[in-house]
Design a protein around this ligand. Structure first.
Ligand SMILES: C[S@@+](CC[C@H](N)C(=O)[O-])C[C@H]1O[C@@H](n2cnc3c(N)ncnc32)[C@H](O)[C@@H]1O
Length: 241
């Protein structure tokens, strides 16, 4: 009952954003920003389970950032902060996007909402839609029973499937070569992984995967005509917000 009331309050997009900041989204954000700064130019970025697009503004230099989520209320929250933003109402386990079409897939704080089968489908789907040289960025809080505070937070979390860092890393490594792994603690312990289908010419650095273009200014690419995603602003399909 108490948990249900908490979930109802927390589902409001503004309340949700505040809670995310309190539970450590700022710390995750700094780490994500470092990872994003190290990437090559991205035309298409898709945020699986992007919610209110809390990390969307890290992708200003990308041609298109798309926030995909199953929760229309969260996507409405995203659109109210970012009216021009592309919101896609869809299931991350069946991504409604062409194969081999996306440069970066981001997936933050989602895996603990998914069953084993759904998480496996999400990873399969991410690998299908990601371009060969694309980058997969994953973050989630992990199950670490020694952390009392973490155990308490999991008790009230809507997600029901926290996993250990080792388990998650193993699942991601079935699809991607990991070029950066970071485990850090806020209230929970977190795993951040950056993976690539092809690690290619990237060098190992203290961050783990930077290439020579760090700091280079990125010019936003032009929006191509054949944008691979259903976009509600241009179509009447019910898939998008
Ligand atoms: C804890 S929130 C994380 C939101 C955002 N990524 C962040 O870092 O703040 C988890 C999100 O995953 C979404 N979600 C859960 N299952 C999903 C699925 N199968 N497909 C797409 N989104 C899903 C939820 O609606 C929710 O917005």
């Amino acid at each position: 009952m108490f948990t249900n009331i908490l979930h109802k309050i927390a589902s409001h997009p503004r309340v949700y954003d505040c809670i995310q900041l309190i539970v450590g989204a700022g710390c995750t954000r700094r780490r994500l920003a470092e990872s994003v700064a190290c990437l090559d130019k991205a035309n298409f970025v898709i945020d699986l389970g992007g919610g209110t697009g809390i990390h969307g503004d890290l992708w200003h230099s990308a041609g298109s950032y798309v926030c995909l989520d199953v929760d229309i209320l969260k996507l409405e929250g995203f659109r109210s902060k970012c009216p021009e933003g592309m919101a896609l109402l869809g299931d991350a386990t069946k991504i409604p996007v062409k194969s081999n079409s996306i440069d970066v897939i981001m997936c933050t704080a989602v895996s603990h909402h998914l069953s084993d089968e759904m998480l496996s489908d999400l990873l399969d789907e991410s690998a299908r839609v990601l371009r060969t040289k694309g980058t997969f960025i994953f973050v989630d809080a992990v199950w670490k029973p020694e952390r009392l505070l973490g155990r308490l937070l999991w008790k009230y979390d809507r997600g029901s499937a926290p996993r250990t860092a080792q388990h998650l890393q193993g699942l991601i490594e079935k699809h991607y070569e990991l070029i950066h792994i970071d485990v850090y603690s806020v209230w929970h312990e977190y795993l951040l992984c950056v993976g690539s289908k092809e690690s290619g010419d990237r060098k190992q650095t203290s961050l783990g995967f930077c290439n020579d273009r760090r700091g280079e200014r990125k010019t936003p690419p032009e929006m191509p005509g054949d944008f691979p995603i259903c976009d509600a602003r241009r179509s009447n399909q019910s898939l998008a917000v």
